[in-house]
Design a binder for this molecule. Structure first.
Ligand code: FMN
Length: 326
């Protein structure tokens, strides 16, 4: 496995993936309670960051505390990307991540995200623009390539590192795959072999066993966990404990889990305001109940419920595994 050093001091090489609409500040705070090496903000469109829309700034808001948060930027024009990076750095971001992995049509339609993998020269121009204006480390998140006929991640990685990129995360799928099939961790090895900076393996890592397998197959320096942490914000810490001997998190159950979810729910209402907060909270509540193996009928009631007080009072029962509810 590569021994390349990280651009920032981190507690473990287990990272939380950026997920639009999910890894907002309240969720990142939940993950940070248990511990993670690095958190990555949701993707922020550079153009919006530059026009400084309040909602965009909120997405980039960093947290005070021990766990560093990289701000992820997406864009297609070097000017706004550089300006957005400068703003994020001025607001305290300890690291800027450039998104070249997002497959969403909305993003690719704007020809950013993974579309940049089809245009390596433009991708390089963006990277150079960002690296040129900030002092904090600049990192890159990409896929294996656009499709099976264009697996250019190693090439792009090499050029990105020559331009100053200090860490690269690779989701082991092509853009054409979206989220179908399974992540090809072995293909990530070609990127790890191509560059001297840390490469992070991403895709389908859901527990310590899959993290170990991804590291073995890819020779990567660390792992990044996305969907596996939904409803299980302790997952990065659990994986880090199993693989790197960091303190094991106490996984909350029963009343402790209900208290944690209540705190997350209230944080979402506080962060977004009541209306949007209730909407954003629904998916998280569903994931928590699923992860806890809670009863289906209570899950449905919880997600239908609009009154925050009723939601809070349903939590202890909804988060109780079927056996304990029986
Ligand atoms: C709902 C959702 C939103 C995502 N948003 C982003 C994003 O903003 N930036 C990014 O680079 N990747 C984004 N991704 C991709 C994830 O970071 C990650 O690469 C992918 O989910 C594979 O990892 P996993 O199997 O651990 O979830 C998103 C994924 C999902 C499911």
């Amino acid at each position: 496995m590569s021994s390349a050093t990280f651009p920032l001091p981190i507690a473990s090489p287990v990272l939380l993936a950026p997920m639009s609409g999910i890894t907002d500040l309240p969720f990142r705070q939940m993950v940070a309670r248990f511990g993670a090496g690095l958190l990555v903000s949701e993707m922020i469109a550079s153009g919006e960051m530059v026009t400084r829309r309040a909602s965009t700034r909120a997405r980039a808001r960093l947290m005070a505390g021990a766990t560093p948060t990289a701000v992820q930027l997406a864009g297609r024009e070097p000017g706004p990307m550089a300006e957005a990076a400068r703003i994020a750095e001025a607001e305290g971001a300890p690291m800027i991540d450039i998104n070249m992995g997002c497959p969403a049509k909305k993003v690719v339609g704007g020809l950013s995200g993974s579309a940049l993998m089809r245009e390596p020269d433009r991708a390089l121009a963006l990277i150079e623009a960002v690296v040129g204006v900030v002092r904090v480390p600049v990192t890159l998140k990409m896929r294996l390539g656009w499709d099976e006929s264009c697996l250019n991640a190693p090439d792009l990685a090499r050029r990105a590192v020559a331009a100053g990129v200090r860490m690269i995360t690779v989701h082991g799928r092509t853009r054409a795959q979206f989220y179908k099939g399974s992540a090809d961790w072995r293909a990530i090895a070609r990127v790890a072999a191509a560059v001297p900076v840390p490469v992070i393996a991403n895709g389908d890592i859901i527990d310590a066993a899959s993290a170990r397998a991804a590291l073995a197959a890819s020779g990567a320096r660390g792992v990044m966990v996305g969907r596996g942490a939904q409803g299980r914000p302790w997952l990065p810490a659990q994986i880090a404990a199993a693989l790197y001997g960091t303190p094991a998190p106490e996984v909350p159950q029963g009343g402790a889990l209900a208290d944690l979810v209540a705190a997350h729910y209230e944080a979402m209402l506080g962060f977004y305001g009541r209306e949007t907060g209730r909407r954003v909270a629904r998916k998280h509540l569903g994931w928590y109940v699923d992860a806890a193996g809670g009863p289906h009928d209570l899950r449905a009631r919880l997600l239908r419920e609009d009154d925050p007080r009723a939601v809070l009072s349903l939590l202890p029962e909804a988060l109780c595994a079927r056996e304990c509810a029986a």
